[in-house]
Design a protein around this ligand. Structure first.
Ligand SMILES: *Cc1c(COP(=O)(O)O)cnc(C)c1O
Length: 492
């Protein structure tokens, strides 16, 4: 085992330092990877564990978008805190089973302890509210919809949707996360049950339009039950007007869920947290740790002010094989969607313990400041920013794009092909297509922003049809899988 752990250390130490010279995105197709796997892994002869670690690390290093790169301006995938990687290794090693408190007392209490910290930041009562870790925002949102249905329609548990009088309907803005489409499908509500409420020019939900939609549905015999407000939309990082949405939900007896999958981190910053005022009125909230809290996937969190509803929604008769519960504790299998479950919270616990609340605040504030700096640099270089948010996500366009000379997609493609930075595009609910850059790494510096803007300028100046060459990448390409890399040799 010692040798195996050593090979793991050798394969990964130094990667962060090399990363600046490393292309952010690979240029590879399925054939090359499949050939490598076919040639080396017929599974006819055993492969040494150390060799395996080296080869897999080389594959991941060469053939993937490096989301932990400081110039990955991407889709909420963070640079991970090393201590949270160690936490995941510890979890995998001891493999605690969290379904039952009695099976994993330490791991269960660690999760409970760290969740109480986040409950406090949300303004929920740590003693009265429930919280658990999920695989991510999708599962947390799914849990919230099931809880809202269970709360609102007592007949549903036994009789299903067919036992209900009218079609239950739920509401999110036109920028709501698309996970709700899958959830509407998976819960049997049907995708048509998800009403998308118009947004204003600022991309925030229009609460008056929400109210009109609810009233109209009610007139049609539907049964509105849930309003979803987003605190930090995925496309543009915009925060819905939480107090106004909460007021409409209260007036119409709707469960209020706040999806703060990414934006929840703002609650850790004294500078930013006021932008999420109103979240404390939610019945439930989603907050992903594997986004801005900078821990590895998969780590979401679901908070709910109604523990009894979760117990009704997810409780079962205990199987005869399940040991009895322990007084003063809740068994996760009976209060959440998963059954067997890994310890997700240790990586959050260890990251928070290592940084401290103040360290996390600095991390969040640094990324927000980089977002601000990126906005300024873009405006200074003649670009136009098309979203408004205090969070570090910038949607932008250029006079040459608006003049029709080239598309946002073409610009993003050129930047990505250049290998020095990664950006993407979005189609906003206003109908506009724009470039999108999010500060996802706590290691992003002002120099990284300069390089991004330089690459964007090159992309927008390049003549149509000409790609950017990968001429300015670092001197050494990452090691080819299968060939011992110089780094490995040097380090052993
Ligand atoms: C990312 C995201 C989700 C989905 O979360 P996963 O962790 O990817 O499952 C849901 N809502 C919002 C607002 C998000 O940004």
């Amino acid at each position: 085992m010692e040798e195996l752990w050593r090979s793991l250390a050798e394969a990964t130490c130094g990667f962060r330092e090399r990363l600046g010279d490393h292309p952010v995105s690979p240029s590879v197709g399925p054939a090359e990877i499949r050939r490598h796997l076919q040639e080396r892994y017929s599974f006819q002869r055993p492969v040494g564990a150390g060799e395996l670690v080296r080869d897999v690390a080389a594959m991941l290093e060469r053939w993937g978008v490096q989301v932990t790169h400081p110039r990955y301006f991407g889709l909420f995938n963070p640079t991970v805190r090393p201590v949270s990687v160690a936490a995941d290794a510890l979890v995998a090693f001891y493999n605690p089973q969290l379904a039952l408190w009695a099976h994993a007392p330490a791991a269960n209490e660690i999760e409970r302890h760290v969740l109480r910290f986040f409950l406090g930041r949300l303004g929920f009562d740590p003693d009265g509210a429930a919280a658990h870790f999920t695989s991510g925002g999708q599962e947390a949102n799914h849990t919230a919809v099931i809880a809202a249905l269970t709360h609102r329609f007592p007949a549903l548990a036994a009789g299903g949707l067919r036992a209900l009088e009218g079609q239950p309907t739920l509401y999110g803005s036109a920028e709501v996360h698309h996970s709700f489409q899958k959830i509407a499908h998976a819960t049997g509500l049907g995708r048509g049950a998800l009403r998308t409420v118009p947004v204003g020019a600022d991309l925030r939900m229009d609460p008056a339009a929400l109210e009109r939609a609810v009233e109209e549905d009610r007139r049609q015999g539907c049964a509105p039950f849930l309003a979803v407000a987003t605190a930090g939309t995925t496309a543009a990082g915009v925060i819905d007007p939480l107090p106004a949405v909460a007021e409409v939900a209260r007036r119409h007896g709707l469960w209020l869920h706040v999806d703060a999958a990414w934006g929840g981190a703002a609650l850790l910053s004294r500078r930013l947290r006021g932008h999420l005022d109103g979240i404390e009125a939610a019945d439930s909230a989603t907050w992903d740790a594997h986004k801005w809290l900078s821990v590895p996937m998969a780590a979401g969190m679901l908070f709910c002010r109604h523990p009894a509803v979760l117990a009704r929604a997810f409780g079962t008769e205990a199987g005869s094989y399940v040991p009895k519960g322990v007084r003063g504790t809740r068994d996760a299998y009976a209060t959440s969607l998963q059954w067997s479950r890994r310890c997700i919270g240790l990586k959050v616990f260890m990251a928070l313990a290592e940084l401290g609340a103040g360290g996390y605040e600095e991390l969040v504030d640094h990324q927000a400041a980089m977002g601000e700096a990126l906005r300024e640099r873009l405006l200074g270089a003649g670009w136009r920013v098309v979203n408004r948010t205090p969070l570090p996500l910038v949607c932008f366009t250029h006079p040459r794009i608006e003049g029709g000379a080239l598309s946002p997609r073409a610009v993003a493609k050129r930047v990505v092909a250049g290998g020095r930075a990664w950006v993407s595009t979005v189609h906003l609910a206003t109908g506009q297509e724009a470039l999108r850059a999010c500060i996802t790494s706590y290691r992003t510096t002002p120099e990284d922003l300069d390089i991004l803007v330089e690459e964007l300028e090159r992309a927008v100046a390049a003549r149509q049809g000409r790609g950017l060459k990968r001429t300015r990448l670092g001197p050494q390409p990452p090691p080819r899988p299968g060939s011992p890399s110089p780094q490995h040799r040097r380090r052993t």
